[in-house]
Design a protein around this ligand. Sequence first.
Ligand SMILES: Cc1ncc(COP(=O)(O)O)c(C=O)c1O
Length: 371
Amino acid sequence: MTTDLTDYVRSYLTPAAGYTPGASRLTDRPVIRLDWNESPWPLSPTAEEVLMNFRRGNRYPDYSQAPLRKALGEYVGFDPSRIVAGAGLDDVFMTLAMLLIEPGDEVVIAEPTFGIYRSLFTLHGAVIRNVPLGPAPEFALDVNGMLDAVSDKTKLVILCNPNNPTGHLFPREAIEQIVDGVSCPVAIDEAYAEFSGIDHLDLAESRNNVIVLRTLSKFAGLAGFRVGYGIFPEVLVPYLQRVTPAFANITTLSAEIAIASLHDLDYLKANRDRIVTERMRVIVALDALPDIQPFPSATNFVLFRLPVADSTSVLDALARHDIFIRRYGTPGWRLEDCLRVSIGTTAENDAFLAALSAVLQEQSALEEVTT
Ligand SMILES: Cc1ncc(COP(=O)(O)O)c(C=O)c1O
């Protein structure tokens, strides 16, 4: 008997790949990888020591990741009981979806923003209500539009602050207006907060509907170890204990590396400062290139506009120089003429800037020949 196995798949699941990741892959061939918003810096000394001496892979991790949650709680100044960890922030979003979403529930977001929100919450049957950001360079949050989009079906509003891929911060008043104007949970994704010098941790204390989400992938340089976390309202804690996966999906090694890295906070902060300094340098250098418009950034990446309708040819030409950055062709996002570059080491940033300048010159010379 032949059956169509796809009939057994959850009815609201679509086969399309929901999220398009960066193009570069880790291979033996060294390339300049500025398309994943990673940190270019190695582990801190204490974390490196943990890695070299790790021997306990035969034992399960702490069941509730208590030591890790304690270290994260100390870092952000919250009781560990309010901290939920996961294998990266993506995994904490999965826990959030398990906690809140039933098919048909609505999630309000403001695109262009982090692509995982749409792909992950629709995976749980949520309907996405998108309230687009205004045009560049402000990318303004439509506060009234967001408030209007919230209905009795809304289970969650997500604000990415600073926002990926635009790199900008929303004004605090706009965030407060949304938080105070709705009764549903509002998740503030602060994956890049450490690069901005601004956070909204106090709202997780003063408002009962705020969830602040963080990751060690960016400023702490632990993308490969996969450690993210959220600070949740106290009343949700017993339900979170029900939906958080066993061991929070975090390996013993990753938890120990995370704790050791937080021990070396001065090292992490010095790396963060180097990235912020380089970010300013890259923005100035981009601005000096003819007709390139870099947008302000409070993150470890910069979005910039090019003097072309479609930035694909520049992206592809950079890839031929083994330099990988990111393009967003998503319909409605109006970023077809933009590219996003992560901030790397000084040498990587220099290589990117030199290659971009060469590619733009080649392309304008070509244009002159063909016109
Ligand atoms: C805004 C935002 N949130 C969350 C994440 C996911 O981070 P993690 O590596 O912790 O899963 C990213 C990663 O790029 C991001 O840009």
